[in-house]
Design a protein around this ligand. Sequence first.
Ligand code: NOJ
Length: 592
Amino acid sequence: MHWTRTIQRCALALSFGVAAFVARDPSAPAQAANTSVAAETASRQTTGQEWWRHAVIYEIYPRSFQDSNGDGIGDLKGITSRLDYLQDLGIDAIWLTPIYPSPGIDYGYDISNYTAIDPIYGTMADFDNLVAEARKRNIRVIMDYVINHTSDQNPWFIESRSSRTNPKRDWYVWHDGKGETATDKGQPPNNWQSWFGGSAWQWDEKTRQYYYHYFYVQQPDLNWNNPEVRKAMYGVLDFWMQRGVGGFRIDAVSRLFEDPKLHDDPYLPGRNAYGDRNIEHKYTDDLPEVHDVLKEVRAVVDRYPGDPVLVTEADEPNVQALTRMYGNGDEVQLPMDFQIADVNELSAPRFRELFNEIENNNAHGQPEYFFSNHDQRRQWDRYGDGVHNDQIAKLMAVLELTTRGTPQMYYGEELGMRTTDPARIEDVHDPIGRRGWPKDKGRDGERTPMQWDAGPDAGFTTPGVKPWLPIPPSAATYNVETESKNPDSIYNTYKRLLALRKTNFALRDGSQTAVDNNDPDVFAFLRRSGNATVLVALNMSAKTRKVSFHLAGMGVHGSLLSPLYSSPSQSTAPTVDRVVLAPFGTLVAQVQ
Ligand code: NOJ
């Protein structure tokens, strides 16, 4: 019974290409969209599921994935050439960090034109081809929607800064300084600090006011109180939806609004890597108006077929704030869970607590899990203990891919790629790495080229060409070609788990409940759907642990455990009364 339903759902999911991409003519999206929306709605009524509920998203940092033209920088054609790899791995959607024209101060997060492709990555035709080729492989393309700020080279800002009376003046956040006179710029309007160090206010001599930038000076914040800004930015969504994208990852969403009264932020003890006093971004983060915008964004994308998804970069401080991102089902479907990503130690109690919190969130929203991305040190370094790193990488794969939710991988995590920081300050690309050196070496280390093979250029670029960031020494052994030949590699662990997630009904659809809540080392949980129960047990310690599970009280009466995946392999057949877990060992087993 369950299997039949699973197969039907898969078949319907596979047909998304037909329904989802009809509205390509920018002049007439609505009618085509309506037809397809109807088809999607009908299919959802049969399946009860949107595609993203079962998807695995894979983040690609385009500069670093695959270079096709020998300039040492990854590009769109390069990504297209690797779609077979992604399909074979079991990926359902790729999120591309920004590929729009940009001066590149923040490597694409400073956008000068939201509706074009940066020539460094290729052309619009290359993009359309990528979307079409991805669609053939049932892979959706998710775009980065950088909503909080533009580049200072964006024509909107160039106009805005040209005079106080320019019609676009109010598209950005301008204020007089404190104590400013005709000859003295005075002091910034208040003590707000940039996330990347220094004051968040930049003096502009020509019009003698300060503009606000939450991030780099070259990234002025848009004024989301201005209806014209909203209109222009929603037009950006239309533009990409009409080219057939599957949704958006919304950048820095909690920073959209600032306190109009300009209250000073409270200071916290100590100083950060840039030498500034630590501060609580109380008056610039998470203002309630953010949710009005999210509702509007959702309404725009919901006019298109294919169940477009919104993912938010919402590094919320707790589950209550994270839960607000779901709204009443009318905001974001997948707010990234930074609490879980940043546990930063293998702590069974902490993971148990956090998974339990998000699993029981009162919006009943779908969790979105990840452990690495282009802004933080790779999970290899943050969770590895320096001795058992390969095994821990496999444990993290089990944690990410067997929990209920939508997992989001970061390119190369399936290989055990590690953070490789620049050796010298002169080699640093990311400006915060120069500002914070050596305490904060910036984000180059987690953005190194994808490791395709053991050759000197790792298969990333043309032999002999210098890649934009160096190939890490670990590429000699941690690469796709080498690992795919080893059944026990990190890569093959991911591949097996990704396949299992798709085919096992309880892992695909089941509820998640923690078991043995007091164990200090072993995080274990049940995934259950109908009569199917899967037990997942993760030993987060360096000790061998023998454990037994008391499942009868949870209504689970089987005692046999039939392993679906274990690492290392179990030497004796496990039962619920006796499971032996090696240091950092894992077991995923059907309870029978
Ligand atoms: C978050 C992005 O992930 C990061 O890379 C960027 O620097 C900031 N937002 C500013 O856009």
